[in-house]
Design a protein around this ligand. Structure first.
Ligand code: GTP
Ligand code: MG
Length: 322
């Protein structure tokens, strides 16, 4: 029971990975074009491997929001690999580049899987305004419910007008319970009630929404601290995940946000949303490599089934596929 953390859907089981990869590829369309088509064109235009070629590759990665530091590391190890293997033809570079990106991303040994078994578990969802927290919660709830888990939501964003109603709508659509107070209530008190309800109703997963409030770092820290203390105290034996939601369309700004939230709470993983509309998907590479934050899911659309489990090799292969 419960093992399949929705990496694969039932209908994909006949041809494993096909549906999953096709959808990921479609979602990553702009990022893929921004990287792989440009790489192909560059490699075609050179007859031998020289410094200028490496400069061009560097520029492609930086433009795709891979980040300067990460890009330099990748290009340095690419140079070493080319020398070690005695490669002379530019066209051979593409496979090595793909390989080096995978290697850089796989360095961190934290798991890309959601750690919520055995139940009960609590998932705290944090992130700046408008990044896609509430939508991600709905998607998570939908998928976890499909896998047979009993899910309950807590409307911890009591700050933004309409936030509670938005989550309420989603809870009805997905068919899961919601615990909510009124606007302006203490978020920690909402989470407290959510935990009591999860215990009483024997839920497997409690998912907690929170307010964005990045503009006020002190409030953000106080609020997240208080919520974390309530969870520690009231649900000590539960598995705990703190998922940071980042909007891929913001590119390098997502990295800056990640740094702020890492100071404010104990982030266990990232959900990178809106990959479908952006060429900045390279930011995933920087997040995993530079910050060592495991990406657990990616959002590739606004619908309930537009959330995919993240897997380094699948992601890089999708970017490099033609
Ligand atoms: N294209 C696309 N849109 C998304 C994705 N995830 C979320 N959105 C959209 O982004 C907008 C903001 O989403 P919310 O879930 O309300 O974001 P939030 O972080 O809860 O926002 P606040 O509660 O205001 O802080 C909505 O219009 C969503 O439909 C995604 O993966 N792809
Ligand atoms: Mg919200």
């Amino acid at each position: 029971m419960f093992k399949n953390l929705f990496g694969q859907k039932k209908e994909d089981l006949e041809s494993p990975n096909k549906g999953f990869l096709e959808k990921l590829k479609a979602g990553l369309d702009k990022t893929r074009k921004g990287i792989t088509e440009k790489v192909d064109n560059i490699l075609k235009s050179y007859v031998k491997i020289d410094d200028e070629l490496f400069d061009d590759l560097e520029e492609i990665l930086v433009t795709a929001d891979v980040g300067v530091g990460t890009t330099m590391d990748i290009i340095d190890s690419l140079r070493d690999r080319i020398q070690e293997e005695g490669l002379r033809e530019p066209e051979g570079i593409k496979d090595l580049l793909e390989d080096e990106i995978k290697r850089a991303m796989n360095q961190s040994n934290s798991s890309n899987r959601l750690e919520i078994d055995p139940s009960p578990a609590v998932i705290l969802v944090v992130g700046a305004n408008g990044v896609g927290k509430t939508t991600t919660i709905a998607k998570l709830a939908y998928n976890l419910k499909r896998e047979g888990r009993k899910v309950i939501l807590a409307a911890g964003d009591t700050f933004r007008a309409g936030a509670i109603e938005q989550l309420n709508e989603w809870s009805k659509r997905v068919g899961v319970d919601l615990v909510a107070h009124s606007e302006g209530a203490d978020p920690a008190a909402v989470i407290f009630d959510g935990i009591q309800a999860a215990k009483a109703r024997k839920c497997d997963v409690l998912i907690c929404d929170t307010a964005g409030r990045l503009h006020n770092k002190k409030n953000l820290m106080n609020e997240l601290n208080k919520i974390s203390r309530v969870i520690e105290r009231e649900y000590a034996d539960a598995q705990k995940e703190t998922l940071l939601v980042l909007d891929a369309t913001t590119g390098q700004n997502a990295i800056a946000q990640a740094k702020v939230f890492e100071e404010a709470c104990n982030v266990s993983g990232v959900v990178l949303t809106k990959l479908d509309g952006t060429a900045k998907g390279g930011v995933a590479i920087a997040l995993q490599t530079e910050l060592g934050l495991p990406i657990k899911f990616v959002g590739v659309g606004e619908k309930m089934d537009d959330l995919q489990q993240f897997d380094v090799d699948g992601f890089v292969e999708a970017i490099f596929s033609n």
